[in-house]
Ligand binder design. Structure first.
Ligand SMILES: [Zn+2]
Length: 359
């Protein structure tokens, strides 16, 4: 495999490498790890801006966990281009990075993208790979994660139980532990596509239909988004409202953070799930292309999607930096908000399907 092959099959990696070679002032880059695929090194790049102080509030943006969902990486790269351009002339952008950090991993699973596969190069679905067992069963067999083998999508991998996760998952874990866990406040946003007709912002849990401990914080952040962008397009909800899974990496990171959080830092792991079914509905023939179910094919629609999320990503960088408005809650406020949040997101589970212990 050579550069020509790479540029034809993973042009995203060439584009990321180009961005890494032309950094604006204040932006740093390193390689978290490299995935060796048929003798070729596929790097996982990590871009970072802001102070070294580990307590500094941070926003982590990731894409390309599922190799088929190329549009996620494209949305992240589009944001990086706008940001890098601003950093070349906009002093206000540099003022922001005096008090806040931004970390971007645009392509977590380069081998998967090369292979046009949801899974990584070893056939493991990274979003089913963490040592987390679902509390509530998925309504679709296998989609929630299985151990049958890498021949079918949603394979959890052999090492999930022992915590011996795949290289890509471990690289993310090391990053989240070192850069997000010590922070006063952290938001992560992982960009995916392939579910539903609207763009969704998902918060934990994926493993369970029970509320997660930071429900009040996410409710506040949602209220802030509604106030700041009254016409925004996002449906904000717990992932488990749609389906549950074993082995979700962000469930795992969140629970680890929650268990070890001695300094009281806030952490919200979010996923942006782009509603690709609408792209299929408007252009039905694209369902016959392997990538078409997960990515917009028509040019004007593709451009619209690259534009569409810039404001959200900017909002998240600001919300992480000025976190007090959503992260600082009195017990009375938390109780009141929890009740509202429960009514809004969890009441429809009551009396619904019984909960099972997962296999
Ligand atoms: Zn995905």
């Amino acid at each position: 495999m050579d550069l020509v092959h790479l540029s034809r099959n993973v042009p995203e990696l060439i584009e990321i490498d180009r961005l890494a070679g032309d950094l604006p002032r204040g932006m740093r880059v390193r390689v978290l790890d490299s995935i060796i695929h048929h003798g070729v090194e596929l790097p996982i790049h990590c871009f970072e801006a802001g102070p070294d102080d580990p307590e500094t509030p941070v926003f982590l943006l990731t894409g390309g966990v599922h190799g088929l969902e190329r549009i996620g990486t494209h949305v992240v790269i589009a944001y990086m281009k706008t940001l890098f351009s601003h950093m070349a002339w906009d002093e206000a952008q540099h003022d922001h990075f005096k008090k806040a950090r931004l970390i971007i991993v645009p392509l977590v699973n380069p081998a998967g993208m090369l292979l046009r596969s949801r899974s990584n190069g070893r056939g493991v679905d990274l979003m089913r790979n963490a040592p987390v067992e679902a509390v509530h069963n998925s309504w679709v067999p296998f989609v929630g994660g299985h151990r049958l083998g890498p021949f079918m999508a949603w394979y959890r991998g052999a090492g999930a139980d022992e915590g011996a996760m795949e290289k890509e998952s471990q690289a993310l874990e090391e990053l989240v532990r070192s850069k997000l866990f010590p922070a006063k406040a952290a938001i992560s946003l992982d960009v995916h596509s392939g579910f539903g007709t609207v763009d969704r912002l998902w918060f934990p849990y994926a493993k369970s239909r029970d509320p997660f401990p930071s429900l009040a914080e996410v409710y506040r952040l949602n209220a802030l988004l509604d106030r700041s962008y009254p016409n925004h397009i996002y449906k904000v909800e717990p992932q488990s409202l749609n389906y549950t899974t074993h082995g979700d990496l962000w469930d795992y990171f969140y629970d680890q953070h929650h268990a070890s959080n001695s300094h009281g830092g806030a952490y919200l792991p979010l996923a942006l799930e782009l509603g690709s079914w609408l792209w299929v509905k408007k252009n039905p023939l694209q369902i016959f292309s392997l990538l078409g179910a997960f990515n917009p094919i028509i040019r004007h629609r593709y451009q619209r999607i690259l534009r569409r999320h810039l404001a959200l990503l900017d909002f998240m960088t600001r919300a992480a930096a000025s976190h007090g408005i959503w992260s600082k809650l009195s017990e009375a406020e938390r109780k009141e908000i929890n009740e509202k949040a429960h009514d809004r997101w969890y009441s429809e589970f009551e009396g619904a399907l019984p909960s099972f212990a997962a296999k």
